[in-house]
Design a protein around this ligand. Structure first.
Ligand SMILES: CSC[C@@H](O)[C@@H](O)C(=O)COP(=O)(O)O
Length: 359
């Protein structure tokens, strides 16, 4: 990617969070950023499950892509010559990887898609090398399509941005959370490419600090003006008039437009409304789940207490204290100004308008 600053063009290669290494999955260990850039080589579905569960790879689209490659690794483990048995191995791997995290629907979307492909392949191909190669091609397609989709989300959101605008974001919905560009961060990259001046405020995002570790890191790497905030500073920054839009990603949009995203998002949406600031959600169609009626039906992951009590590498709370650590919250649809997808922007009434995206 490239941008021009003070008359000079800078090009840089953004870090890729998920890629295929020939016979293994390559994962950028996002838990170690920004201090250490470490790529892991994963050879088994178990390693991929652990990578997703422990959030070495995180962000809804990236989780789906990693899982798709994890299924390929499951297929590669089959040593026989019966397509039916190969298919059974693939199905078992899909069911297993579906237990790695509960909230991001992209995980289940990608697993359903790769399972369906495997079922069709097993009807026509008999050689396991050919089956595995075709399944890998599908996982590669999921990765490549996500890059394209993210770019289109960016193009569709870009008209909302104006020169000199302050934009607040939460968690990381950037290139690290997807194949490239991100969802909420995609229009920021495009704006920057076009020479538009934007000022981004990145919430640090307690307790795992995706905003500090990842969003501040990838925007800074791209030369975008980014200011890091602790989560409890958003109201103050909004009251000063520094924020003209909030834009976030999401892990699942229910059929009525309720939006699950990183814990803290709901509070931001309420604050945005109180300050008359539009609150946008950017996501691919694969994040919209018409089978989930409302936000109340979205399974919300709860994570270990240690993320809160030992999150800074040492104990910051008394031993034995009760802890509640939901990883996501649900923003009711009435706080959502618009949802921006690769097919364009959708506004209320969401129950009708989200459905139209799939027609
Ligand atoms: C384009 S990523 C959108 C969401 O997945 C992102 O905002 C988010 O909440 C990620 O949560 P995480 O727990 O880091 O996987």
């Amino acid at each position: 990617m490239s941008y021009t600053s003070a008359g000079q063009t800078h090009t840089y290669e953004p870090l890729s969070s998920v890629s295929w290494g020939g016979d293994h999955l390559i994962l950028l260990d996002q838990r170690l950023l920004p201090e250490d850039i470490v790529y892991l080589k994963l050879y088994t579905p178990e390693e991929v499950w652990e990578g997703i569960h422990s959030m070495k790879v995180r962000g809804a689209p990236a989780i789906g892509i990693a899982a798709a490659f994890g299924v390929v690794l499951g297929g590669l483990q089959y040593a026989g010559d019966q397509p039916g048995e190969w298919l059974q191995q693939v199905r078992t791997t899909c069911d297993y990887l579906a237990t790695s995290r509960p909230t991001a629907v992209n995980l289940f979307w990608a697993l359903d898609r790769i399972k369906l492909t495997a079922e069709k392949l097993a009807e026509t191909l008999s050689d396991r090398t050919a089956l595995n190669a075709a399944l890998l091609a599908e996982a590669e397609a999921i990765r490549a399509e996500d890059e394209d989709v993210c770019r289109r989300i960016g193009e569709n959101a870009l008209p909302l941005f104006k020169d000199g605008m302050g934009i607040l974001t939460h968690c990381n919905a950037g290139g690290l959370a997807t194949a490239k560009y991100g969802t909420a961060l995609a229009p920021m990259y495009l704006a920057h490419e076009q020479g538009m001046n934007i000022k981004v405020f990145a919430d640090e995002t307690r307790p795992v600090l995706q905003g500090a570790r990842l969003t501040a890191f990838e925007l800074q790497q791209a030369g975008i003006d980014v200011t890091l905030l602790a989560d409890n500073m958003a109201a103050m920054v909004m009251s000063k008039g520094w924020v003209q839009a909030v834009i976030v990603g999401t892990d699942r949009v229910a059929a009525n437009g309720d939006v699950a995203n990183k814990i803290g998002t709901y509070g931001l949406a309420v604050l945005a409304k109180a300050h008359g600031i539009p609150f946008y959600v950017a996501c691919p169609l694969s994040t919209i789940d018409l089978n989930t009626k409302t936000g109340a039906d979205i399974p919300i992951e709860e994570r270990p207490a240690e993320e809160i009590t030992e999150g800074f590498g040492k104990r910051t709370a008394p031993h034995g204290v009760k802890v509640y650590n939901p990883a996501f919250d649900v923003t009711p649809n009435e706080y959502v100004t618009a949802i921006i997808t690769e097919k364009g922007m959708v506004q209320a009434p969401y129950s009708e308008n989200l459905k139209k995206l799939f027609e």
